[in-house]
Design a protein around this ligand. Sequence first.
Ligand SMILES: Cc1cc2nc3c(=O)[nH]c(=O)nc-3n(C[C@H](O)[C@H](O)[C@H](O)COP(=O)(O)OP(=O)(O)OC[C@H]3O[C@@H](n4cnc5c(N)ncnc54)[C@H](O)[C@@H]3O)c2cc1C
Length: 497
Amino acid sequence: MYDVTIVGYGPVGAMLAALLGAKGRKVLVVERDTSIYPLPRAVHMDHEVFRLISLVNADEAVMAISRPTASYDFETADGDLLMGFVPPLELAPTGYPWSSIFHQPTLEKAIRADVARHPNVEVRLGVEFVSYDDSGSDGVRVTFSDDPQNPVETKYLVGCDGGRSLVRRQAGIGMDDLDFNEPWVVVDVLLKEGMDVLHKASRQICDPQRPVTSIPIGHGRHRWEFMLLHDEVDQDMTAPEKLESLIAPQLPDGVTMADIEVERSAVYTFHGVFAERWRDGRVLIAGDAAHQMPPFMGQGLCSGVRDAANLAWKLDAILSGHASDALLDTVQPEREPQIRFITETAIGMGQVVCTHDPEIARARDAEMCAGPREDRISGMPGLPPVESGGAETLNAGLPLAKDPGLDAAAVYQPILIVRSKEDAPDDAGASKVPGLHVAWLEGEGALHDPDGLLAEQLADADALLARPDKIIFGTGKANELLASYVRYLETGNGVAA
Ligand SMILES: Cc1cc2nc3c(=O)[nH]c(=O)nc-3n(C[C@H](O)[C@H](O)[C@H](O)COP(=O)(O)OP(=O)(O)OC[C@H]3O[C@@H](n4cnc5c(N)ncnc54)[C@H](O)[C@@H]3O)c2cc1C
């Protein structure tokens, strides 16, 4: 029997497989396609997700082809700034750029390379999930297209099978639609050798005649997204002559169609939807199967990677007998509020961009450009902390700051940070939390903490406890934090009644 069977080997399924594989779990991944999804999708990743992909050794490959976002500008048809987001130049506390532009297939390839290191993870490509039967008491029987007469037995089934998730539909899970539906054609081009970027900023050109997104992916690639006009919805918008008519007017002076080559293109309807439930007994869903958002925040894949990081250690803890099944009920309440915030923000941004009505656009431009230009510029929109399972203490629910030594020593396991070695719990105390890594900030054997970021997160508390997914569980007294964490593992709620 498999511990976990994953349907879908997109970025979320791959991330889940890599994390569970590193934990030694017996995993089966089944993917309908035989190669990585070729069409244009994610280009933006935030620092926290960059750090999460470092847990599966994918950060270096992605870093090699990514570039930090210079700025994210929303412009009127005349080029006036409606609003601009400029990430800080210095690295985020997680050790990565606040915001990066990257190439999704490279990320997926890098995560798959990590999965391949784990002989305990079996990957079947070109095989389709057909159905499941969870009427048994200790597992799920799953039927796949390659051997329909012999269902696979698994303790948990996770649908990472994308927006049209069959796992979700078979579980009878409905969708909550946020009523935002806008059709766009998305096209990636390769720039002629020697050309790196066409311009520095990521731009939303809010021209009511044709809203356009323009993103310098860097390393010789560029992304355009064009909102469809009403009469274009039924046309072949990816035909070469159509793409040329859209792209040519966007090229800067001195660049012609001869300087670029269309690499890939696709039509998508950008929308915001949420699955009503992310769990049905031993069957779970994650990533696009559970939630989808318009790409104006560049957070769909990021949210799915966070889902995988939240889910994998919980499945492992349950399968190891260190946690109760109730821990799985924490995934949706912890993840969904943050994703709803992001989705609603993305829809708000989409509403700024997506209008064909010149009157509405004129009123929008007049209102948003009324004040001084500098007042329209801010940092990148921050994400709210997630519910961590612990008490609402200082920094709970935020990502743990990076210390290179600590990240290498405790890759995907709980970490307790105390002030000095003397403050560390004794072995009996520490052993209550399986796999706990204890570190301290002062004295012999102390963490490096080069920028004092961990000390800042610890603040005046005696101790800080972080979960394997690098989310701070809480700050406080070491023994109380450990007791609360054990309670959380056992009941899904770390707060004492
Ligand atoms: C135009 C566009 C721009 C975007 N930009 C960004 C961005 O900048 N940043 C960001 O974070 N996100 C972005 N996203 C979103 C991001 O691409 C998705 O959120 C992400 O790919 C979802 O990953 P996933 O693994 O959940 O699903 P998918 O990548 O869809 O993977 C699901 C997999 O399941 C497989 N599958 C489905 N059904 C079956 C079955 N029955 N049997 C076997 N296998 C099956 C599919 O073949 C597929 O490989 C963008 C999306 C679009 C469309």
